[in-house]
Design a protein around this ligand. Structure first.
Ligand code: MN
Length: 720
C-alpha cells in the first residue's frame, strides 16, 4: 500500500476536515503531528472505496471522531486509534500491519474497537454481545479504547439522520442503555448529556422539538430574572472578595423529559431547569462562596449537598444548593473549583489531557480502575456474552442492583431492596409464603438489605403469610403493592369470619340451625335488603366490622323465615381463642389479658373490641352492642400483651431495682417505668410508679403482683 502525499490526493471535503483536525492538534509536538499525518493518510487509502450513508467519503467519519478526541486533548496513541478505528473491520487490514506501522499499542486499541467476524455467529444478538464483550475486555486493558468508542458513537449519533428509522431506533436505544451510562461512569459529562439528547431526538423527534421550543420560550421569559440574579450574585461575591466565574447552566432535554415522567409534572412545574455554576480557585473558596450566597438569598432547607466531602461514584465533586431567588424563583447553584470543573466535564479523559496531571495516578483514575476491575469480575461470573452484556448494563445504572437466584437467574431490584423484595420479585406466592432466607448460603433475617452480586435463596412455608411490618423494609413497588393487597383481603376474610360467628350466635336462639343456614333464606334476606349486587359475604362483612348489628340482622332473617320460634334474641358468647388480630382487638383503656373476665363491644368499622368486665366503657355503651366473651380455645404462645401496674411504696434507696428484679424474676418484661407522684406523708416519703409490662396472660400478671407485694416497702399494687 502506498501512502498518498498529504494535500494532493485528498478530495476537497476530506482536505477540509483534515485541516480542522490539525488545527485542534496544536498541543502535539511536530514529530507527533507527523505520525498523525501518516495515520490519516493510511486510513484515507484503506477507506478509499467506501462512502457513508450520507454520500460523503467514509474517511470523513474517522477524522471527525479524531477531531473530537483532539478536543478532549487525548494523547497521540488515542488519536491514531481514532483515525484507524475502522480499518480492520471495514478494510480487512491485519493487526500485524498496524502493529508494524503504528506500534503494538495502537494495533491493540484498533483490534479492541473492531467487531468480530459476523460469519462466526448464529444470530445478531449473539454477534453483538460477543463483540461488546471483546470491546469491554479491551477497555479493561486500556481505558482509552472506550474513549475512542464513545467519540465514534457520538459522531454516529450526530449523523444518524442518514439511517433508516428502525436502525435509528436500535442504535439510539443501545446508546441510552450502554454508551451514555459508560460516559457517565467515566465522568465524560458533556458526552453523556449529548448522547442522551441525540438518542432522545432519534426516538421521539416530536417530543424533543416541543421541549426544545418550551426551553427557548422559558429562557426568553426569564431573561430579566436571570440577568438580575447574575448581577446580584456577582456583586455579592465581589463584595466578599471572592474571585469567581458565574455561568448560567441548563439541564439537557433528555434529563428534563425523564424528570417530567418520573415526577408526573409538566415542563412549567419543574423548578430545576435552569441554574448557575460558580467556579472558584480553591476548595475553601467554595465554602466561602456558599456562605456569601446564603446571605444573599435564603437557602431552601434540605437542598444543600456537599459532594466535595462525599464525591459521587464517578468522582464528581461540587457543592449544590438551591436558593429562594427574586419572585420566589428557585435558583439551583453548583459551586466548584476549576479542577473539579475539569473532572466534572471530562472525567477520565482529563487524565490524558496535555497538562501536568498527565501520567500521574489521580483519584479519578483509581476510581476508574476499580470499576474496570469490577467489570472483569462480572465477566468471570457470566456464563456467556449475552449475560455479561446484561450484567454490564445493570452495573451502569447505579440505582439498580442485581441479585442471583440459586439457579443463576438474575433479578433486578432497586437499591436498598431487602430479602422480601427479592422474594416478591421471584413470584408473588414466594413473597407471601416466605419465612426465611439464605444470602450467600448464610441464614439471615427477612429484613436484610441486599447488595449487587448476592445470591439469595428464599425459604417458604405453606403457613407463611405477609406481615404488615414488612412494609418497613421493602423498596420495590411490586413487593409493597402485593403486601398491601394481601393485608386488605386478609382483613376482609377475618371480618367475614367474625361476622359469620356473630350472626350464627344471634340466630341460634331464634331459628333451628338448618333453617338459619338454608340458602333460600339467605337469598330472601338479600332480596329484602333491596340492594342489588350485594352478596351474602357482604352481609357477614358488615356484621364483622360492626356496620350492622348481628341482633337486628338476626331479627330480620327470623321474621322472613316465618317459623320464628318467638324467643328473645340471645347472643351466644364469643370464644376469643387466639383470635387477637384481624377484627378482634383488645381495648386500649383497660388492657385486658388472656384469662381476664371480659366482654366484647361491637364497634363501627373496627369489629369486636374486648374489654375487662369492670371497664367503664361497658357501662356507657348500649347493651345490644355488647357480647359475652371468653378465652376458651386460648393457647399460650410467644405473643406478649401490654399491661400496666401502678405501685405505691415507701420511697427508699434501691427501691426501683428491687421492683425491677421482682418483675423480671417472674418473666415479666418491663417496657417502661414512670414516676407518677412523690408525696410527703409524715416523716415517710411515698412514691408511685407506673410500670408498663409485657406479659403472656393474666395469670403471669398475678404472679408479678404477688412478687411486688413481697417487697416490704410496697403498700399497694393495682392494675390500670
Ligand atoms: Mn466508526
Amino acid at each position: 500500500m502506498t501512502i498518498p502525499k498529504p494535500t494532493e490526493a485528498y478530495d476537497p471535503l476530506t482536505a477540509e476536515v483534515r485541516q480542522t483536525l490539525f488545527r485542534e492538534c496544536q498541543y502535539l509536538s511536530a514529530e507527533e503531528k507527523e505520525t498523525l499525518e501518516q495515520a490519516c493518510a493510511f486510513a484515507f487509502v484503506a477507506h478509499k472505496q467506501q462512502v457513508r450513508k450520507s454520500g460523503e467519503p467514509y474517511i470523513t467519519h474517522p477524522i471527525a471522531v479524531t477531531i473530537e478526541l483532539a478536543r478532549w486533548r487525548m494523547d497521540l496513541h488515542t488519536l491514531c486509534a481514532g483515525l484507524l478505528h475502522d480499518v480492520m473491520e471495514d478494510a480487512q487490514i491485519k493487526k500485524s500491519v498496524l502493529a508494524e506501522r503504528f506500534g503494538a499499542t495502537v494495533a491493540e486499541m484498533v483490534d479492541g474497537l473492531s467487531k468480530l467476524e459476523k460469519l462466526e455467529f448464529n444470530d445478531q444478538a449473539e454477534h453483538q454481545a460477543e463483540s461488546f464483550r471483546k470491546l469491554i475486555l479491551a477497555m479493561t486493558k486500556d481505558v482509552r479504547v472506550i474513549i475512542v468508542k464513545l467519540s465514534d458513537r457520538l459522531h454516529n449519533m450526530r449523523t444518524l439522520g442518514a439511517k433508516s428509522a428502525p436502525s435509528r431506533r436500535r442504535i439510539a436505544t443501545e446508546t441510552l442503555e450502554i454508551y451514555a451510562p459508560i460516559a457517565n461512569r467515566l465522568g465524560l459529562n458533556h458526552v453523556y448529556r449529548e448522547l442522551q439528547d441525540l438518542s432522545f431526538y432519534a426516538m421521539y423527534p416530536t417530543r424533543y422539538r416541543v421541549l426544545k421550543s418550551a426551553m427557548t420560550a422559558f429562557k426568553k421569559n426569564r431573561c430579566d430574572v436571570i440577568e438580575r440574579v447574575l448581577h446580584e450574585m456577582n456583586l455579592c461575591l465581589v463584595g466578599h472578595n471572592i474571585e469567581a466565574q458565574i455561568r448560567g447552566r441548563e439541564k439537557n432535554l433528555y434529563g428534563i423529559h425523564q424528570k417530567m415522567l418520573a415526577k408526573k409534572k409538566k415542563f412549567e412545574e419543574l423548578d430545576d431547569i435552569y441554574g448557575f455554576r460558580i467556579v472558584v480557585n480553591n476548595v475553601s473558596t467554595c465554602y466561602a462562596a456558599l456562605g456569601a450566597l446564603h446571605s444573599l438569598y435564603q437557602p431552601k432547607p434540605g437542598k444543600f449537598k456537599d459532594f466535595i466531602a462525599i464525591p459521587k461514584s464517578n468522582g464528581y465533586k461540587s457543592l449544590h444548593t438551591t436558593l429562594n431567588g427574586p419572585y420566589g424563583l428557585p435558583i439551583q447553584v453548583q459551586i466548584r473549583t476549576r479542577e473539579m470543573n475539569r473532572i466534572a466535564e471530562s472525567g477520565i479523559a482529563s487524565h490524558w489531557a496535555a497538562s501536568d496531571h498527565a501520567g500521574k495516578e489521580d483519584e479519578n483514575q483509581i476510581r476508574t480502575n476499580q470499576w474496570l476491575q469490577n467489570i472483569l469480575d462480572l465477566q468471570s461470573r457470566s456464563a456467556n456474552a449475552i449475560e455479561f452484556l446484561e450484567h454490564v448494563k445493570v452495573d451502569l445504572f447505579p440505582n439498580e442492583m442485581y441479585i442471583t437466584t440459586p439457579k443463576g437467574k438474575i433479578l433486578t431490584l432497586p437499591r436498598g431492596a431487602s430479602v422480601i423484595d427479592f422474594a416478591y420479585a421471584v413470584h408473588t406466592d414466594v413473597g407471601h409464603r416466605c419465612v426465611g432466607a439464605k444470602v450467600n448460603n448464610i441464614t439471615v433475617p427477612l429484613r436484610t438489605r441486599l447488595k449487587t452480586g448476592d445470591t439469595v435463596e428464599i425459604l417458604t412455608s405453606p403457613n407463611g403469610k405477609p406481615n404488615p411490618a414488612w412494609l418497613n423494609f421493602t423498596a420495590s413497588s411490586r413487593a409493597r403493592s402485593a403486601i398491601r393487597s394481601y393485608i386488605k383481603s386478609a382483613n376482609r376474610e377475618d371480618a367475614v369470619a367474625l361476622g359469620e360467628r356473630l350472626l350464627a350466635g344471634a340466630l341460634s336462639s331464634l331459628l333451628p340451625k338448618q333453617v338459619a343456614e338454608s340458602e333460600t333464606l339467605k337469598e330472601k334476606y338479600l332480596k329484602f335488603l333491596e340492594n342489588n349486587g350485594r352478596e351474602w359475604e357482604d352481609v357477614l362483612y358488615n356484621v364483622g366490622v360492626g356496620l350492622t348489628m348481628p341482633v337486628s340482622v338476626a331479627m330480620d332473617i327470623a321474621n322472613l323465615a316465618g317459623d320464628y320460634m318467638g324467643g328473645a334474641v340471645k347472643l351466644s358468647p364469643i370464644h376469643i381463642g387466639n383470635g387477637i388480630n384481624g377484627h378482634i382487638h383488645l381495648g386500649k383503656c383497660c388492657m385486658p389479658l388472656p384469662g381476664d373476665a371480659v366482654r366484647g363491644i361491637i364497634a363501627k368499622d373496627q369489629g369486636l373490641i374486648i374489654h375487662r368486665d369492670n371497664c367503664n366503657l361497658l357501662l356507657k355503651s348500649p347493651h345490644d352492642q355488647q357480647l359475652d366473651a371468653d378465652w376458651s380455645g386460648f393457647e399460650s404462645n410467644d405473643k406478649l400483651y401490654d399491661a400496666a401496674l401502678v405501685v405505691s411504696s415507701v420511697d427508699t434507696h434501691a427501691l426501683l431495682a428491687a421492683m425491677a428484679s421482682a418483675i423480671s424474676d417472674v418473666g415479666g418484661n418491663i417496657a417502661s417505668v414512670d414516676t407518677l407522684s412523690k408525696s410527703q406523708a409524715g416523716t415517710e416519703g411515698f412514691i408511685e410508679f407506673r410500670f408498663n409490662i409485657n406479659v403472656h396472660d393474666a395469670e403471669q400478671l398475678n404472679r408479678i403482683t404477688a412478687a411486688l407485694h413481697k417487697i416490704p416497702q410496697v403498700r399497694k399494687v393495682s392494675r390500670i
